[in-house]
Design a protein around this ligand. Structure first.
Ligand SMILES: Cc1cc2nc3c(=O)[nH]c(=O)nc-3n(C[C@H](O)[C@H](O)[C@H](O)COP(=O)(O)O)c2cc1C
Length: 335
């Protein structure tokens, strides 16, 4: 039976004021952190830098690469590939981890995509880009998928383009694609409504936006129109400066594999971007874990366990199942 205190805590007005309180704390923290960081921080982060011009206005070989944990970004990447192939380009499309990095300078045009994680480009993708050789001469486009109302999606796409242009790419554009969020702690701690508000995303509008984005990039490249990378300054950018992974990890406990549920398929090990899961012992090196939720979101048997603020976390696949949500694929990809 629920106590009077629990009943009071669950009343909508109490939950709302708790949300407001948390938001104010977060904003306060962000402003505080930025104030502390400010002396060493350069306003340069928001300055517009001169960029490499687009030189190959008639691209022949293109590469579409994606970092995707639950499929939202992969789907957009495959759609871009489809449009570019129809336009006559020879296109390679792939998960970034399968790309031979030394071959990346063979392409005239590169699109790179990622989900937003903690208002930023996921750390493992940032690290991967740092290993790439020069791509001078190629044009680059960034596509970013984000959850719900979004948090930091614009600056994440800018960050991705900045990194790709720092190794010689000429920026041709960026696209932001909204989806249902895959941040498992949100629904697992009871905030289901916030996720379900976007249960129809991606939808045909998202797909139309992806097709138009792919066309626009081709057009920008053909016209030699270099895209201006300009970060936005606001609450999102302040929140993006917080050590969000470390803060999130403070709320995570009990992260391990339940041996009774594990079928030893190795999905979690394959999906973990920082190789911290050991099937033999059912353990997770939580010190090195980056709280990306790939293991939780993709485990087919819910054997991967984690508590967030004391509540058991369940993954995206299970969330879709519980709410009978089926993502309708764009027709060109199901053909
Ligand atoms: C660990 C994690 C952190 C996330 N952080 C953000 C965020 O800061 N802002 C946002 O808009 N969406 C965030 N999301 C939602 C994802 O960006 C979004 O659902 C994305 O479309 C997932 O793409 P994927 O299926 O290709 O992995 C986060 C998701 C996860 C799993």
């Amino acid at each position: 039976m629920r106590t009077a205190c629990e009943r009071l805590q669950n009343r909508p007005e109490v939950r709302e004021s708790r949300r407001q309180f948390l938001k104010q704390c977060l904003t306060g923290c962000a402003v505080g952190c930025v104030a502390i960081a400010a002396p060493g921080m350069s306003v340069d982060a928001f300055a517009v830098r001169p960029q490499h011009p687009i030189v190959k206005t008639n691209p022949k070989r293109a590469l579409v690469i994606w970092n995707s944990q639950t499929g939202h970004t992969r789907r957009i990447g495959r759609m871009i590939r489809h449009v570019w192939e129809k336009a006559g380009l020879a296109v390679t499309g792939s998960d970034y981890r399968k790309i031979e990095t030394a071959t990346i300078n063979q392409y005239d045009l590169i699109a790179i995509g990622t989900p937003v994680h903690y208002a930023n480009v996921p750390v493992q993708l940032q690290e991967w880009i740092k290993t790439l050789p020069s791509i001078e001469g190629a044009s680059v486009a960034a596509f970013v998928t984000y959850g719900g109302n979004g948090n930091g999606q614009h600056n994440t796409a800018c960050g991705l383009l900045e990194q790709m242009t720092s190794i010689g790419g000429a920026p041709a554009g960026m696209g932001l694609f909204g989806n249902m969020s895959t941040f498992a702690p949100t629904w697992s701690t009871g905030n289901v409504r916030r996720i379900l508000a976007f249960r129809d995303r991606p939808n045909e509008d998202t797909y139309q936006q992806a097709r138009a984005f792919a066309e626009t990039i081709l057009d920008n490249v053909a016209q030699g129109r270099t895209f201006t990378i300009k970060r936005e300054f606001g609450l999102d950018s302040l929140v993006g400066m917080l050590p969000q992974i470390a803060i999130t990890k403070l709320m995570i406990t009990n992260h391990h594999i339940d041996p009774d549920l594990c079928i030893r398929c190795g999905t979690c090990v394959g999906d973990c971007p920082v190789a911290v899961i050991r099937l033999e012992t059912g353990s997770v090196n939580t010190k090195r874990c980056i709280a990306c939720m790939a293991c939780i979101n993709n485990c087919p048997t819910q054997a991967m366990k984690m508590n967030f603020l004391g509540k058991p976390v369940y993954g995206f696949k299970e969330f879709l199942k519980r709410h009978r949500i089926e993502i309708i694929e764009p027709p060109e990809l199901s053909a």
